[in-house]
Structure formats: structure tokens, C-alpha cells
Ligand binder design. Structure first.
Ligand SMILES: Nc1nc2c(ncn2[C@@H]2O[C@H](COP(=O)(O)OP(=O)(O)OP(=O)(O)O)[C@@H](O)[C@H]2O)c(=O)[nH]1
Ligand SMILES: [Mg+2]
Length: 293
């Protein structure tokens, strides 16, 4: 079976190795390292991680550079989520946050399909009440994948929608309640405060909810997503990341930079617009795909 990471990281990989393909089986020399360094930076691995990776390569000149690189990438993206062991609550309430158009609603739809496929009972909460179209979009996903759908009218309090959905989930013994929120710029203080309220109210509907808060990032933003991670994390306390649109970007290296800096686990990656285009993020597979010839 085709490794979806290999496919999804094609652009990133071509960006890195397109120019040094000829060096693939050669010994590490200064020129090799210079070109590699430049290309890691271009793939948005970030200056810090890039410098430390290049140093490791310099210290291990006799080893296969690609194996060393693979291992160094793996180490940096292999962030273990402290929450993973406690995935017992029923329902598991996951709140999705992010800037406009990052891929939240689509990721929720794809994840719902995945969970339902595993035999889980899923409720989708349309807590993006800003636009009628947003509720409709999530409603279409619910219909398509067979999830229960909780919505309200446009302009309604998003926290109230989250509350109703969680209550419904508890009453029904659902496995997951996935809360969609409106896209917002991380610098808009009032909108960020609204997320805090959704979180507070969720906790009133069910103690401990939301159990996860995932920031959905558009992978093509690359390192510019640092400020998003920073500010969303500060406001709502992130427990994980979803990297959407990894298929369309050459900046997949940002995963390395972000994991390295924030120690937040990437949970899933989006590899397209269709229902099946989401994959569990597996650090080992990612590193393999990143460094593949
Ligand atoms: N190629 C590709 N496109 C994606 C992926 N995820 C989402 N998209 C597309 O990106 C666009 C925005 O996705 P949405 O899911 O609506 O984004 P959102 O974060 O909910 O947007 P707002 O609610 O407006 O903030 C849509 O056209 C999606 O089809 C992905 O993994 N790959
Ligand atoms: Mg949306």
C-alpha cells in the first residue's frame, strides 16, 4: 500500500532533495552540508533545528547522512502527548480552533468519518455560528458520514451550541463530540476570549471537557504558524495539532520546527479534500517520507 506520507510530502521532499539528488550516495563534505542546510531552511525546518541537525551530521561524517538525518527528524517530531493515556471519557470532547480557512471544518468531517468507520458514535457541534454557510458546511459532513449534528441559529452563542452537543453526547453515551469553532486571527483579543468561554461552558456541560483542544494549521503557512501556536496555546491551552493541507505545500518541514519548539504532538495530517484524506501522524513514517530518495 502506498504510504500517504510519502505522497503528501512529495513537494517538501522535492524542495529539499531536488537540487542535491546527485549527492545522495556521496560522502558528506562541506558543499553537501551547505546545500542540505539551505534546503532544510527552505523547507521551513527552522534555523535552530537546522543548525543542530547539521552539527550532528558534522559529528558523524562516517555515517550515512540520510540515515542520520532521518533519525534527527524523527527525534524532533516524536512528541509524546501527555494526554494519550487518559483517552477514556465518554464522550471524548475535542474542540478545534484555528485561523480562518486553516481546514478545521474539513478536518472534523474527515475525522468523523474515520471514527464512525471504527464503529464510534460521533456528534458534530456547529459552534461556528458566525456564518450560516459554516453551519451548512458541517451539516453536509454530518449527513455524509452519518454523524449526529447539533446546531443553532446564525449569531447564536457558540458556547451554548457546545454545551448542548456535550449534553447530548453524555445523555446518549456518544464516543466523540467534535466542536467546530469559527476561524479567528490569533491577534483578535475579543475573539480569542470567546474561545475561553466555549471552554468554560464545555466544562459545565461535562466536568473535564473539552478533553482535547486541537489547533488546525494550514501546513502551507510554514513557520509563520509559530505565532498561531503561541497565542492559541496561551489562550486555550492546546493539547495537539492538526496539520492540514500538507499535500499542497513544500513547507512540511515546519512540523519539525513546531514540534521542536512547542513540544505539542501533531495528531493528524490532512492530505487532501476528500473524506479519506486524513492520516494519523506517525513520527517514524514522517521522518522516512521526509528523507526518502
Ligand atoms: N488540499 C487540501 N485542502 C484542504 C485540506 N483541508 C482543508 N482543505 C481545503 O481548505 C479550504 C478551507 O477548509 P475549511 O475546512 O473550510 O477551513 P476552516 O478552518 O473550517 O475555515 P473557516 O471556518 O472559514 O475558518 C477548503 O477548500 C478545504 O477543502 C487538506 O488537507 N488538503
Ligand atoms: Mg470552518
Amino acid at each position: 500500500m502506498m504510504n500517504r506520507f510519502v505522497e503528501g510530502l512529495a513537494k517538501t521532499r522535492n524542495g529539499i532533495f531536488g537540487r542535491i539528488g546527485g549527492l545522495f550516495n556521496k560522502k558528506i563534505d562541506e558543499e553537501f552540508l551547505e546545500i542540505l542546510e539551505e534546503n532544510l531552511i527552505l523547507a521551513d525546518v527552522g534555523p535552530g533545528p537546522t543548525a543542530s541537525i547539521i552539527n550532528v551530521l558534522k559529528e558523524n561524517r562516517d555515517d550515512n547522512p540520510f540515515e542520520v538525518l532521518k533519525e534527527e527528524i524523527y527525534k524532533r517530531v516524536n512528541v509524546v502527548s501527555p494526554k494519550d493515556v487518559s483517552r477514556e471519557p465518554k464522550p471524548s470532547v475535542i474542540m478545534f480552533v484555528g485561523v480562518n480557512g486553516s481546514g478545521k471544518t474539513t478536518s472534523i468531517g474527515k475525522l468523523a468519518a474515520r471514527f464512525i468507520n471504527e464503529g464510534k458514535d460521533v456528534i458534530l457541534a456547529a459552534a461556528d455560528t458566525f456564518r450560516a454557510a459554516a453551519t451548512e458546511q458541517l451539516g453536509l459532513w454530518a449527513e455524509k458520514v452519518g454523524a449526529q449534528f447539533i446546531k443553532s441559529v446564525t449569531g447564536a452563542d457558540p458556547a451554548a451550541v457546545a454545551f448542548d452537543a456535550i449534553k447530548a453526547g453524555v445523555a446518549k453515551g456518544a464516543d466523540y463530540v467534535l466542536i467546530d469553532t469559527a476561524g479567528r486571527l490569533q491577534t483578535r483579543v475579543n475573539l480569542m476570549e470567546e474561545l475561553k468561554k466555549i471552554k468554560r461552558v464545555a466544562n459545565k456541560a461535562m466536568a473535564g471537557a473539552p478533553h482535547e483542544v486541537w489547533l488546525v494549521l494550514d501546513a502551507s503557512i510554514g513557520q509563520n504558524s509559530f505565532s498561531q501556536v503561541e497565542l492559541f496555546n496561551r489562550t486555550v491551552g492546546l493539547t495537539g495539532l492538526i496539520l492540514a493541507k500538507l499535500d499542497g505545500t513544500s513547507k512540511g518541514g515546519a512540523v519539525v520546527a513546531i514540534s521542536d519548539k512547542y513540544e505539542l504532538p501533531v495528531k493528524y495530517v490532512g492530505l487532501g479534500e476528500n473524506t479519506r484524506d486524513i492520516e494519523v501522524f506517525e513520527p517514524r513514517k514522517f521522518a522516512e517520507a521526509f528523507v526518502k530518495k
